[in-house]
Write a protein that binds this ligand. Sequence first.
Ligand code: NAP
Length: 287
Amino acid sequence: MISSKTSFIGLIGNPISHSLSPIMQNAALEFLGLDLIYIAIPCKKEDLNLVINSLKKINCKGLNITIPYKEKVFELCDEISPIARKLKAINTLKLDSNNKWSATNTDVEGFIYPLKSIHINKKHAMVLGSGGAARSVIQGLINLNFKKITIISRNQKSLNLLTNNFDNSNVIQGYLYGDSQVTSLIKETDLIVNATPVGMSVTDNEEMPYGNNFWKPLTPNTIIYDLIYNPSPTKLLKFCSNKGCLTIDGMQMLIAQGIKSLAFWTDGLEVPFEVMDNALKKYMKSK
Ligand code: NAP
């Protein structure tokens, strides 16, 4: 029951009306029996500083930060974890005992979660896109000891920035998507991760990243991990599943990063994966 003592955790972004985080986080907070609710707080760019600073003064215990503010909130935080600094992105804030924002990033742990239980032979991966999510994906692949990580992008500038962000230059290589070597790279890779928004319901969900021809060399031995969770499956995952590939959608990452954020806000409380998963399945079925 919401009472006059209830406090809240907020999600700051723009747009956020499509977010599934309130569904899964409120189910988790109820499961834990905490007097806390989770609400989406749409915020315009020009209001970001005012909103984040004002939330310190009311009953807010923590925040999730999403697109387009994961980099912009750095200057508003007092303590920032090494992983958030490395990724140059923050997705979780909590108020410390001195009423200051302490920040971290849980996307890497979220990304790794579904891969932990899968055997991957050569540990060669290909990452599509060179934006914020690709950064977390690459860090996750490094943590999982991948031997070769190929980034395919349409954007030379962000590709250079991304490859230079990691010290592992012998492991990471970047290519533009039209490069002649891409065909042979697709044939020999164990895992392809789509970290572009192509296929999302808010973009053109009838598209495949880099177009249909890009996917012709794909063999059934490759695992395809699409970070997109809505729609599920995406056109890409349907195509790859029909080819015989093992496919993973973005839902497990969403839930796993959410579990880690909740643990950060509550000083270590963990909720079973199924609690958030069941809440999301029920919600999706009702839509
Ligand atoms: P971002 O920072 O905007 O980066 C997107 C990347 O995709 C950029 O490299 C961009 O290239 C590229 N791109 C955009 N449109 C493209 C197109 N039509 N063809 C080829 N490349 C294109 O976004 P992000 O934060 O990395 O997010 C990427 C995706 O991951 C989104 O769909 C997001 O929802 C998903 N995601 C899921 C989770 C989860 O928990 N499951 C977590 C984080 C992100 P340009 O720079 O040239 O535009």
